[in-house]
Write a protein that binds this ligand. Structure first.
Ligand code: 5U1
Length: 714
């Protein structure tokens, strides 16, 4: 029995440590399977020797009994709320008031410091520890009385059932229960698969999970916790400052947010707010602002309270990431490949720090899935540097004006009137007008001229509109016939800009075959595919001679033979144009079978296009995979990609375990967060340049991006 008792104690200690590493430090030291094995061993020991079961055992987190409803809990000291500030001036006024109070109370104003931390977007709870053991947990409720969620909180593995190292008679810990964004998404996936209700956001999911009548359900939800303060306490020597209190809470086993600082005055508080706002998209969890508190805890009573909010603290909120607005209309845009994209026209709304007036709705299925009607009140979301999206409608508002009407995808192109078709198995409708369609012509020209293709500096959207609308340009080949006098006659075009543009067009004639192929805008032929094709065919004549059905058949045969060879343990034969799948082959065949396209290619060649090889790739980054995110100080995204490729590296658009480096710039978004989660090396532009040996940047920071990218929703 003694050995069983000792083993149980050891297992409890180990499991508590692993919970702490996993949930608090985010650094598990053992695989999940090992955790599960120890957990089962403890369960079996406790089953064999019921007297070994103690309330603080990790096995007791999942309460078996279903409680009827939540009992009311009167908080020993009220759970306060915070006064909010949105503007910098309000922070200055807060600091001013604090200083005034300190002076009135005869306290040393010159010693004033603030502690700043994150404002977690979760559910406030109070945890009551008696003699170091968690005995009660309650929600905030109305601040005076909350709900008893002890059984549920006991299942949250981030919350210690017993404090580490100390056992004060009483300690009420205040903090926030929340859910990490990725875990929230996984939960919603599970909910979807099970046909259950999805949660709107992580806070909602955390609140819903905490208020489950069956603690076993709470136990299955990935809840986290961050402590930020205290309620009542007795028998503990508490630190004198708030920042030291947070350190102390961390030492006794409570999770405390890592992002915090001590500030000398309001300017440093504002700097913290700005820093956290840019960090916000990279955090694993939602925050809605930062919280400032006077450092010296002894001064709290003297500074006092207004109603239920302390005067020694302030919540400095971030602009909301979600807002309600009206879906005024749904318009249809035509992309380069004829894709018709429905776009929401919104009543202007300030969200995520910018005014949003429109948002892509992607395709008609998306509109149906979100059940959107024109006239609906909708939730618009813009988080970090992510493009704004219409999240959902509020059908409960449909009784109110204006009248609603359903959107229907037009059966003809809104620009050229050609028919629109939706092919079997595709989500998109497309205009069949091709280059007859002015919208497609404009987009095709912008695509052709962009930096990554023919790089014609100065050929932007406004100019392309004029060139197409006046009939001066129908195809990319027409660009090479433009002269200074014609261009100078256009709106907003002087002699000088016309001459510059003609020169840029002339210069663009010397290009690589890969850029030229990419610039043609063939469906499914992105830069990478264009590179493979250029490497294989070398010039347009060879490409145009290709027998595409024969090539597709040959590829399929070799692939079949290779499968047999592999089964026999033999080496496979090389497949021609590896990586160019049947969809791309079919698209090339379609494009090159079109006489009009062959004419454009011939006319371009006749205008003096000359292919030179792109610089041979270096070796410095060979075998390394990169993802670039955020705004780099001097390189544009395309320049960074080009640099990486030129030195033998590969570029991916999303972060995975295969990524070697994430190059992060300012306002880096969720990719940076993902990199941190996966432990992938994050470097800045300077490090990238050093790795490639290119030292200095290729574009000065204040030189603007010279022309529109002609990006295409298609
Ligand atoms: N981080 C943090 N959140 N939060 C919320 N600190 C903090 N403090 C609070 C609240 C309601 O209240 C105390 C200042 C009383």
């Amino acid at each position: 029995m003694d050995t069983a008792s000792a083993r149980a104690a050891k297992l409890r200690e180990l499991l508590a440590r692993y919970d702490y590493e996993y949930y608090v430090l985010d650094a598990p030291s053992v695989p999940d399977a090992e955790y599960d094995r120890l957990f089962r061993e403890l369960q079996e020991l406790e089953r064999a020797h019921p007297s070994l079961v103690v309330a603080s055992s990790p096995t007791q987190r999942v309460g078996g009994a279903v409680s009827g409803a939540f009992a009311a809990v009167r908080h020993a000291s009220p759970m306060l709320s915070l006064n909010n500030a949105f503007a910098d001036e309000e922070v200055l006024a807060f600091d001013h008031r604090v200083r005034e109070r300190l002076a009135e109370e005869g306290l040393p104003v010159e010693e004033l410091r603030y502690s700043a931390e994150l404002k977690y977007d979760g559910v406030a709870v109070s945890l009551r520890y008696e003699h170091g053991v968690l005995v009660q947990a309650a929600t905030r409720g109305d601040g005076a009385t909350g709900e008893d969620v002890t059984a549920n909180i006991r299942t949250v593995r981030a919350i210690p059932l017993r404090l580490a190292g100390i056992a004060p008679a009483l300690l009420e810990v205040r903090g926030e229960v929340l859910m990490y964004r990725r875990e929230f998404e996984r939960l919603n996936e599970r909910q979807r698969e099970a046909g259950e209700r999805e949660f709107v956001n992580p806070r909602n999911a955390a609140a819903g999970s905490l208020r489950q009548l069956d603690p076993a359900i709470t136990a299955s939800r990935p809840l986290r916790f961050f402590a930020y303060g205290l309620g009542e306490s007795a028998g503990a020597a508490l630190p004198a400052t708030h920042s030291a209190l947070l350190d102390w809470l961390a030492r006794i086993g409570l999770p405390v947010g890592p992002e915090r600082t001590v500030a000398e005055g309001p300017q440093e508080l504002l700097a913290f707010h700005r820093r956290m706002q840019s960090l916000r998209p990279t955090l694993a969890y939602d925050i809605d602002g930062v919280v400032y508190k006077v450092e010296c805890r002894d001064w709290y009573d003297a500074i006092g309270f207004v109603a239920r909010a302390p005067r020694f603290a302030l919540a400095h909120k971030f602009p909301a990431e979600e807002a309600l607005t009206e879906l005024l209309d749904i318009e249809v845009q035509v992309g380069r490949t004829g894709k018709l994209t429905p776009v929401a026209r919104l009543r202007p709304v300030f969200v995520g720090g910018v005014t949003v007036t429109n948002a892509t709705l992607h395709n008609e299925d998306e509109i149906a899935r979100k059940d959107l009607l024109i006239g609906d009140t909708v939730v618009v979301r813009r988080a970090g540097d992510v493009i704004p999206e219409v999240v959902r409608a509020l059908p409960e508002r449909r009784g109110e004006p204006p009248p609603r009407r359903a959107f229907e995808m037009p059966r003809t192109c809104p620009v050229c009137g050609s028919s629109a078709v939706r092919e079997e198995g595709e989500a998109d409708w497309r205009c069949v007008g091709g280059l007859y369609c002015a919208a497609q012509r404009k987009q095709a020209l912008l695509h052709f001229a962009q930096r990554r293709a023919m790089d014609i500096e100065g050929l932007g959207e406004k100019l392309v509109d004029q060139l197409v609308d006046t009939g001066l340009v129908r195809t990319p080949a027409d660009l090479y016939r433009l002269d200074i006098a014609t261009l100078a006659g256009l709106e907003r075009m002087g002699e000088k800009s016309a001459a510059n543009l003609v020169e840029a067009i002339r210069r663009s004639r010397r290009t690589s075959f890969a850029r030229f192929l990419f610039g043609l805008g063939i469906r499914h032929v992105g830069e990478e595919v264009a590179r493979v094709l250029a490497e294989h065919y070398r010039d347009t004549a060879a490409l145009m001679r290709e027998d595409w059905p024969a090539l597709a058949a040959a590829k399929a045969n070799i692939q079949k033979d290779n499968a047999r060879r592999r089964a026999r343990g033999e080496a496979p034969e090389p497949v021609p144009l590896e990586g160019i799948g049947p969809e791309i082959v079919a698209s090339l065949q379609r494009f090159l079978a079109e006489p009009h396209n062959r004419e454009v290619i011939a006319a371009l060649q006749a205008s003096g296009i000359e292919f030179v090889r792109d610089a041979a790739p270096g070796e410095a980054l060979a075998g390394r995979s990169f993802v670039v995110t955020g705004t780099l100080p001097t390189l544009s995204r395309e320049q960074a990609h080009e640099l990486i490729r030129r030195h033998g590296g590969t570029v991916a658009s999303s972060v995975s375990r295969k990524t070697d480096f994430v190059v992060a710039g300012e306002a880096a978004g969720s990719k940076l967060g993902r990199a941190r989660e996966l432990g992938i090396a994050v470097i800045d532009e300077a490090a990238l340049l050093t790795m490639t040996g290119e030292g200095r940047s290729r574009r000065s920071p204040d030189e603007p991006d010279h022309h529109s990218s002609g990006s295409d929703p298609a």
